[in-house]
Write a protein that binds this ligand. Structure first.
Ligand code: 8YV
Length: 312
């Protein structure tokens, strides 16, 4: 439906293959198009922006994260950049909760036992996971998705803690019952579960370095539905191998779609293929948001979801 509307509204050249465009196709596109609609798999770097023709006015990203776009280069060139925040918040928070549950209650492992015909009867100590109620969840990045996760976690009886560049407004913190940690290192050392919900920027690259991973308690569970670049994946697989961490749930990877081989084949590591916003509704809404941004800009107004470097 989004494709149909795009065709109706714009003189659109659509790549509907569901495969990333290759570099040559992207280079050709920036020479022709007024508006580029990339997804996470399209790298819009400074060189590509420099190669753009003067007709290019806007990059209307299909997705919330814009780490695949060199925003400084784009804005320096006078381009308007927009994204699609808000419409995928609840779905990504749902998937984060799903990973929290899957890892702590061994859901994937259990389903596999049944699927492989290995369920031979219940016993009191078999397949015991970890309780969520009363546990401390540390959310790294308290933006829209972090807050939506906090609401869910609170409903599960968890104690919500968070690290962010600055505390959220007091009213929100109170509603979420969330405790602010200015010092990430200290928060990491005291949590039962950690969830990453911040954007990938120069500052957050390898935010969870080997040194920071070492701060986690051995019973801790680490969840990442944000961006793979936030974690030093080699260091994480090392921690998994050494049993320095109890469980891991990932939806995103440092070198997506490649996954560090050290993370594969562990019962306590649940890996998903970047499904955060993968609901029919969210993808439809993301498309509608892209269209709204383009139309608003085309009509001479400020698009609702403009991304400026200061926001990152
Ligand atoms: C998308 C995402 O799958 O919005 C994001 O930042 O990671 C996902 O919702 C992807 O970005 C589509 O371009």
């Amino acid at each position: 439906a989004v494709e149909t509307r795009m065709r109706e509204l714009f003189d659109a050249e659509l790549n509907l293959s569901d495969r990333p465009m290759d570099r040559a196709a992207l280079e050709a596109a920036v020479q022709r198009a007024d508006v580029l609609v990339p997804t996470i798999t399209d790298t819009i770097d400074a060189a590509l922006i420099a190669a753009a023709g003067d007709q290019l006015k806007m990059i209307a990203n299909f997705g919330a994260g814009v780490d695949h776009i060199d925003i400084d280069a784009a804005v320096g060139r006078g381009l308007i950049v927009t994204n699609t925040p808000g419409v995928l918040t609840e779905d990504t928070a749902d998937l984060t909760m799903a990973l929290i549950l899957a890892v702590s209650r061994r859901i994937v492992e259990g389903a596999q036992v049944v699927a492989e015909g290995r369920f031979e009867g219940w016993s009191p100590t078999w397949m015991t996971g970890r309780k969520l109620w009363g546990k401390r969840l540390g959310i790294v990045g308290m933006g829209r998705i972090g807050q939506a996760l906090a609401r869910r976690a609170k409903a599960f009886g968890m104690q919500v803690h968070y690290h962010n560049r600055k505390p959220v407004p007091a009213m929100i913190a109170e509603e979420l019952g969330a405790t602010y940690w200015d010092d990430l290192d200290q928060m990491l050392a005291r949590m039962d579960l950690i969830s990453l919900n911040c954007p990938a920027t120069r500052e957050t690259h390898h935010l969870l370095s080997a040194e920071r991973l070492a701060r986690l308690q051995p019973h801790a569970i680490l969840i990442n539905t944000a961006r793979g670049e936030l974690i030093d994946e080699a260091a994480l697989s090392d921690a998994v191998a050494r049993r320095a961490i109890a469980g891991v749930g990932l939806d995103v990877y440092e070198h997506e779609p490649a996954i560090h081989p050290g993370l594969l084949g562990h019962a306590n590591v649940v890996l998903l293929p970047h499904l955060g916003s993968a609901t029919l509704e969210a993808r439809q809404d993301m498309g509608d948001r892209v269209i709204a941004n383009i139309q608003t800009f085309h009509n001479g107004h400020r698009p609702p979801d403009r991304v400026i470097p200061a926001m990152l």
